[in-house]
Write a protein that binds this ligand. Structure first.
Ligand SMILES: Cc1cc2nc3c(=O)[nH]c(=O)nc-3n(C[C@H](O)[C@H](O)[C@H](O)COP(=O)(O)OP(=O)(O)OC[C@H]3O[C@@H](n4cnc5c(N)ncnc54)[C@H](O)[C@@H]3O)c2cc1C
Length: 387
C-alpha cells in the first residue's frame, strides 16, 4: 500500500490550495476528488479582488467570467438601495479550480479524480484511506490527512463531532438572457419576507448570464426565489433557467475542534465561512494554504501530533477568527430586525459600513453611525456588542 506524507480529500478551493502548498513544501502529496473534475458544486462564484492575491494567481480570462465594481444592496421594500464599493470578480469557478489543481500537480501532487473516499481509519500511527475509483476499491496510507471535503465531510463525520455546525440551504439558478441594470454590479436583496434570515443574490456573469440564488433558513427556497423572479419582470421577463442546483452553506462559525493527531479539517468542513454573507472561497483558500504548509512541516518532521498541527489553527485564527465571529454576531442581530427596521438601517448606513459589518470588521463603527437614529442604535449596539 502506498504511503503519502499528506493526503487531501476534496478539490474545492481549500483542497487545491492545501495540495499545492504541501507538494511545494516537498511532502509526498495526494489529492482525492470524487468528481471527474473540480468545481461541480454550485456556487455564485463571487469574490473580491484580494482573493486572487491570496490564491497567488493573476486574473485571466480563462477563469474570470466578469469584472465587478461594487454592489447594490436593496432594502426590503426596495425603495432604497445602498451602493457598496469594492472591486471583484465573478469567476468561472470550475476553470479557476482547474488552474489551481493543475498547479498543485505541477508542484508534484498526485491527483486522483472520480475517486470517492469511503472510509478512513487510524492504523499504526498513520491514517488509512479507503476509496473507490469508478467502483474499483483501493487504499492508501497518509501521515496527515486534510479533510477539504465540504459540508458533508467524511473525515468530520468519522472523527470530529462538529457540535455547533449549522447550515442553511442555498438554491441557485444559472440564468441566461437576463437584463440587469448594470452587469458590473452585484445585486443583494434582504428582507424576512423575501428571504427569511438570508438574502437573494443576482451575480451577473456578463452577456445576460447571471447566477441568481437564495440562501434561507428552513424550507421554501424555490417558492421564494420564483416569487422574486416574477416580481422583477424587467430583469427576468425574457430570461431562462438553464440549471438549478442547491447545496448547504455553513453559517454557524468555525467548529469547536478541527485538528486532531494526523488530521485537520479545512474550509466548509470546518465551518470556515463568513456567516452573514455565506462567502467561503476566500477563507477556504487561505485555510488550505496554511493547512498544506503545516501538514507538510509536521509530516516531514515526524511529529504529526494535534499539538504540532495546531499551528494551522493558530495561524488561520489570527487572520480570520475575529472576522468570522464578528460576522456571526452581525448575522444574529440581522435575524432579529424586522423588515421595517431593516428599511431604516439600510437608509442610515453607508455602503462600506454594511460591507464591514457583514464581513465582520468593526461593528462598533457602524453602530456609531446609527447614532442618528437613537432607538435603533440602542438595539443594534445591544445585539452586536453584547452578543
Ligand atoms: C449556492 C451557493 C453559492 C455560493 N456563493 C459563494 C460566493 O459567491 N462566494 C463565496 O466566496 N462563496 C460562496 N459559496 C460558498 C463556497 O462555495 C464554499 O464556501 C466553498 O466552495 C468551500 O470550499 P471547500 O473547499 O471547503 O469545499 P467545497 O467547495 O464544498 O469542495 C469540497 C470538495 O470535496 C469533494 N468531496 C466531498 N466528499 C468527498 C469524498 N468522500 N471523497 C472525495 N471527494 C469528496 C467534493 O466533490 C468537492 O469537490 C456559495 C455556496 C453555495 C452553496
Amino acid at each position: 500500500m502506498e504511503t503519502y506524507d499528506v493526503a487531501v480529500i476534496g478539490a474545492g478551493p481549500a483542497g487545491v490550495m492545501a495540495a499545492w502548498k504541501a507538494a511545494e513544501s516537498h511532502a509526498r502529496t495526494l489529492l482525492i476528488e470524487r468528481e471527474g473534475s473540480p468545481g461541480k458544486k454550485v456556487c455564485a462564484e463571487g469574490v473580491l479582488a484580494d482573493v486572487l492575491t491570496d490564491a497567488e494567481v493573476r486574473p485571466v480570462p480563462e477563469f474570470v467570467a466578469n469584472e465587478i465594481s461594487g454592489a447594490f444592496l436593496y432594502a426590503p421594500d426596495e425603495a432604497k438601495r445602498v451602493n457598496v464599493g469594492g472591486e471583484g470578480y465573478i469567476l468561472d469557478k470550475p476553470a479557476f479550480l482547474r488552474v489551481l489543481a493543475d498547479r498543485a500537480e505541477k508542484a508534484g501532487a498526485v491527483a486522483r479524480y472520480s475517486t470517492s473516499v469511503e472510509d478512513i481509519e487510524r492504523k499504526d500511527g498513520l491514517i488509512e484511506i479507503r476509496s473507490k475509483t469508478d467502483g474499483e476499491p483501493s487504499s492508501v496510507k497518509a501521515r496527515v490527512v486534510i479533510g477539504c471535503d465540504g459540508t458533508g465531510s467524511i473525515l468530520a463525520r468519522r472523527f470530529f463531532p462538529r457540535k455547533n455546525y449549522q447550515a442553511i440551504t442555498a438554491l441557485q439558478y444559472s440564468m441566461t438572457d437576463c437584463e440587469v441594470e448594470d452587469e458590473s454590479k452585484l445585486e443583494i436583496y434582504v428582507g424576512h419576507e423575501k428571504a427569511p434570515a438570508g438574502y437573494i443574490w443576482v451575480f451577473p456573469k456578463g452577456k445576460g448570464d447571471a447566477n441568481v440564488g437564495i440562501g434561507v433558513k428552513g424550507a421554501g427556497a424555490k417558492t421564494l426565489l420564483d416569487k422574486f423572479i416574477d416580481k422583477h419582470p424587467k430583469a427576468f421577463g425574457s430570461a431562462r433557467v438553464e440549471r438549478t442546483l442547491a447545496a448547504p452553506v455553513p453559517v454557524g462559525g468555525e467548529v469547536e475542534s478541527y485538528v486532531a493527531d494526523n488530521m485537520m479539517l479545512c474550509g466548509d468542513a470546518a465551518g470556515q465561512v463568513i456567516p452573514l454573507t455565506g462567502a467561503g472561497i476566500h477563507t477556504g483558500l487561505v485555510a488550505g494554504k496554511i493547512a498544506g504548509e503545516e501538514a507538510a512541516i509536521c509530516a516531514l518532521s515526524g511529529n504529526t501530533s494535534a499539538e504540532n498541527l495546531n499551528h494551522y489553527r493558530d495561524r488561520f485564527n489570527k487572520l480570520w477568527g475575529p472576522r468570522i465571529s464578528n460576522s456571526l454576531r452581525a448575522l444574529d442581530s440581522f435575524e432579529r430586525f424586522s423588515d421595517p427596521e431593516l428599511n431604516i438601517i439600510t437608509g442610515l448606513l453607508e455602503g462600506q459600513d454594511l460591507v464591514e459589518m457583514a464581513n465582520g470588521f468593526s461593528p462598533t463603527r457602524a453602530v456609531g453611525l446609527l447614532a442618528r437614529h437613537p432607538l435603533l442604535a440602542m438595539k443594534v449596539a445591544y445585539q452586536l456588542l453584547t452578543g
